[in-house]
Design a protein around this ligand. Structure first.
Ligand SMILES: Cc1cc2nc3c(=O)[nH]c(=O)nc-3n(C[C@H](O)[C@H](O)[C@H](O)COP(=O)(O)OP(=O)(O)OC[C@H]3O[C@@H](n4cnc5c(N)ncnc54)[C@H](O)[C@@H]3O)c2cc1C
Length: 362
């Protein structure tokens, strides 16, 4: 079969791009070295929370905010097309400050963020108790971000697989792309077993993206930043909004399963769980949510955030039909809808195929 676009990497980024392109009638081949969605896109906690991530206005931050606004429609459309339910909750987030200094800094951050479109408001003691009764109450201050949300990334991947298949995307798993050779307005993608050709290709291989050599190009270097997470079985709807303090956070799925994170290590692709890091996350989570203090985590896992030198590799590699979509680091679940929209629009506009007005466009 001839393809219009070949995508290397079937995490949330590559799969979202594949879905958007296939919706417009393009024939898409989605290739993954392992299993679709089994890497960072299953490991991620699923915070859709620019409030805790963005401190200054940068282009990638605009993409994060754009994506947050696209999320409700993206999820609704994906549920509709896939027939799969997605655990998406817009309950906001509460950032806790445990000292006067922390609170002064947090209030100042909230004011800076308001200027570039992230609203927040301080909570009184009784409001904190009302929104998050299980959260630690003896705090110096609490800032509420009403627009922040959470999604279960595994639900997203299940739905994306079904939606891609419904639109005729060919998914090949266990196939590692080794090289891409651009030539005369097209690209040749090489794997150990076969060579594919198409008018366009996308590199969306997350933390592994730099393992794919692109002839004639020096591209932003991708590398893994490992993160640990733990999960507790709590009563459904007991947590309320996402609870956060710096890089410590807790969020709850509709089932009650409560995820606590996280850590950051540059150790290559080492999947070993570090007991000291897990204990530290448990201790930090217990500080924010005393209810988990005596609990044993029922799940523990690691994943590899795709980092790059620079912020994000997004767009077309110079003078080629090779598109880059990697390096989403801590926010790839959040940025999937906006990334898919931009990359799919770019490919369609440059190929002259179909309409460039993609569904989900604001
Ligand atoms: C602990 C942790 C917590 C996180 N929490 C959040 C969060 O709360 N919110 C948020 O927005 N983001 C979060 N993230 C980040 C988010 O998970 C990532 O940014 C996002 O999943 C990246 O998606 P991706 O599709 O680029 O990469 P991946 O999901 O890693 O997908 C890349 C795919 O490429 C495949 N591949 C690799 N090499 C090749 C090759 N040579 N050929 C073909 N295929 C290949 C892999 O098998 C993989 O399936 C978190 C990440 C971690 C690790």
């Amino acid at each position: 079969m001839a393809f219009d676009t070949i995508i290397a990497g079937a995490g949330i980024i590559g799969s979202s791009i594949a879905w958007r392109l296939a919706q417009q009638g393009l024939r898409v081949l989605l290739v993954d070295a392992g299993r679709m969605g089994a890497e960072a896109s299953s490991a991620g906690a699923g915070m859709l929370a620019p409030g805790g991530e963005i401190d200054e206005r940068l282009p990638w931050n605009d993409l994060a905010l754009e994506s947050l606004h696209l999320y409700p429609a993206f999820v609704a459309e994906l549920e509709e097309e896939s027939g799969c339910r997605i655990d998406f909750q817009r309950l906001g987030a509460i950032e806790l400050a445990l000292s006067g200094t922390e609170w002064t800094e947090l209030e100042a951050r909230g004011q800076r963020q308001a200027a570039f479109g992230i609203p927040s408001c301080p909570l009184t003691r009784s409001e904190l108790r009302q929104h998050a009764p299980l959260a630690r109450q003896d705090v110096a201050g609490a800032l509420f971000y009403p627009q922040d949300a959470v999604v279960d990334p595994r639900d997203m991947m299940t739905a994306l697989r079904a939606a891609c298949l419904a639109h005729g995307v060919e998914i090949r798993e266990g196939v590692r792309v080794t090289a891409i050779r651009p030539h005369a307005g097209a690209v040749r993608m090489e794997t150990a077993a076969a060579v594919f050709e198409a008018p366009a290709a996308v590199i969306a291989a997350g933390a592994w993206s730099s393992q794919i050599a692109v002839e004639g190009q020096t591209l932003p270097r991708a590398f893994p930043v490992r993160g640990h997470l733990i999960g507790y079985p709590l009563a459904p709807h007991s947590l309320g909004p996402l609870l956060r303090r710096g890089h410590t956070y807790l969020l709850q799925r509709n089932s009650g399963f409560t995820v606590a994170g996280t850590s950051s290590e540059q150790v290559g692709f080492d999947r070993t769980l570090d007991p000291a890091i897990l204990a530290d996350i448990h201790a930090r989570a217990s500080e924010l949510l005393p209810a988990v203090t005596g609990l044993l985590a029922s799940q523990r896992w690691v994943g590899f955030r795709p980092a790059v030198d620079g912020r994000l590799a997004l767009g077309r590699a110079a003078n080629t039909a090779v598109w880059l979509a990697y390096g989403h680091y801590r926010n790839g679940i959040l940025m999937a809808p906006g990334t898919a929209q931009r990359v799919a629009q770019g490919i369609i506009a440059s190929s002259g195929t179909g309409s460039s007005a993609l569904p989900g466009r604001p």
